[in-house]
Design a protein around this ligand. Structure first.
Ligand code: 5RP
Length: 223
């Protein structure tokens, strides 16, 4: 079976009747949402979903999953989401699908956060995957200059027509081509303090469980 599908199905086992569930974004999270939809249809599972992007909202609505916004719930029992890279100390880079802002907000208010990945996402150090930074369009070229001056190799993410890609919140994404992030906590703190930066894709100390799909050993779960 496709590794993304394998971990998507496995992660849905953590979802129990009556839970409020954060529904992540991306090609791996897609399979988890499909499996929750199947369990609702075939097993009578009843949950409330909190989506992390317009794309997941569309998918979940089509499956008939009842949805609330993060502001309408007290807390989220469990959020299940993909990741672009996970280091051996279980920090992550997210935002390859440009949904990092809602993903981080939903994860922040979740009792448990499960990341589901295939083995290619597991790395020793973060940074080979470009770090997405969501920024306000106004002043974004100034931020590009600032990131350049720090040697962070920034590139505004663009659509096929050359225009900047807009996130669900109508912001831009600047991807930082860092190759290796020596100190993720220092970089996260620095980015947190830059005017015009809305959020960044460093998700530090956020995952409580990581489910990895491997081709030789099947599913591995790290709690
Ligand atoms: C979207 C994300 C995704 O979870 C991440 O990009 C992984 O996606 P995929 O499962 O398609 O590889 O952070 O913003």
């Amino acid at each position: 079976m496709n590794l993304k599908k394998m971990v998507g199905i496995e992660s849905a086992k953590y979802v129990k009747d009556g839970m409020t569930v954060g529904l992540g974004t991306g090609s791996t999270a897609f399979f988890m949402v499909e499996e929750i939809g199947r369990r609702m249809r075939e097993e009578g599972l009843s949950i409330t979903g909190v989506t992390t992007s317009n794309a997941t909202e569309k998918q979940a609505s089509e499956l008939g999953i009842p949805l609330k916004s993060i502001d309408e719930v007290d807390h989220v029992d469990v959020t299940i989401d993909g990741a672009d890279e996970i280091s051996n100390d279980y920090h992550g880079i997210k935002g390859g699908g440009a949904a990092l802002l809602f993903e981080k907000i939903v994860a922040t208010y979740s009792n448990k956060t499960i990341w589901i990945v295939d083995e290619s996402k597991m790395v020793e150090h973060l940074g080979a995957f470009p770090l997405p930074v969501e920024v306000i369009p106004y002043g974004s070229d100034q931020l590009v200059r600032l990131f350049n001056s720090k040697g962070y190799n920034p590139k505004i993410r663009r659509q096929d027509n050359g225009n900047p890609l807009l996130t669900d919140s109508k912001n831009y994404i600047i991807d930082l081509y860092l190759e290796k992030i020596e100190n993720p906590k220092d970089l996260a703190t620095w980015l947190d303090h830059q005017v015009g930066v809305v959020e960044h894709g460093l998700f530090l100390d956020m995952a409580t469980t990581v489910i990895i799909g491997t081709s030789d050993k099947g599913v591995q779960t790290i709690e």
